[in-house]
Write a protein that binds this ligand. Structure first.
Ligand code: THU
Length: 142
């Protein structure tokens, strides 16, 4: 029970961090702002927001920004990611990562344990394992 309470608190903390990260979103083309907070196994947290581009394809999702910040800092083991998103100026909607971001997660995370949290508020969120969201992702096997 204590463990559950602790875990729950950690998730709402990460949601607040993701909401703050969302304020940095650069999304003049879609108007859809996304924030992410990625918890590493060592306890560190990396944030991300979506960054769009006039040429569209160079745009990057919030989740990948968070992962690339972490990996480029030498951190490669992760526990969970929290994602928040919605149209700017409107209520947030439950936002699940795109297929490209899920494939990036699969590169670094154990799909059976890594948690993807999609939150609307600090108290309303869904938790899914990576394997549920990307059951047949590509992996090199030896
Ligand atoms: N986006 C994210 O950053 N993460 C998601 O999980 C879904 C979509 C971004 C991409 C684009 O900048 C905008 O949201 C609308 O698709």
């Amino acid at each position: 029970m204590e463990e559950q309470v602790r875990k729950r608190y950690q998730i709402s903390d990460l949601i607040e961090t993701a909401i703050r990260a969302r304020e940095g979103a650069y999304c003049p083309y879609s108007g859809f702002a996304v924030g992410a907070a990625l918890l590493a196994k060592d306890g560190s947290v990396y944030t991300g927001c979506n960054i769009e581009n006039a040429a569209f394809s160079p745009s990057c999702c919030a989740e990948r920004v968070a992962f690339f910040k972490a990996v480029s800092s030498g951190v490669t083991e992760f526990e969970r990611i929290v994602v928040v998103g919605g149209k700017q100026g409107e209520d947030m909607v439950e936002t699940t990562p795109c297929g490209v971001c899920l494939q990036v997660m699969l590169e670094f995370c154990d799909p059976d344990t890594f948690e993807v949290v999609s939150a609307r508020t600090t108290g309303e969120y869904g938790v899914r394992r990576l394997t549920e969201l990307l059951p047949y992702g590509f992996r090199l096997r030896d």
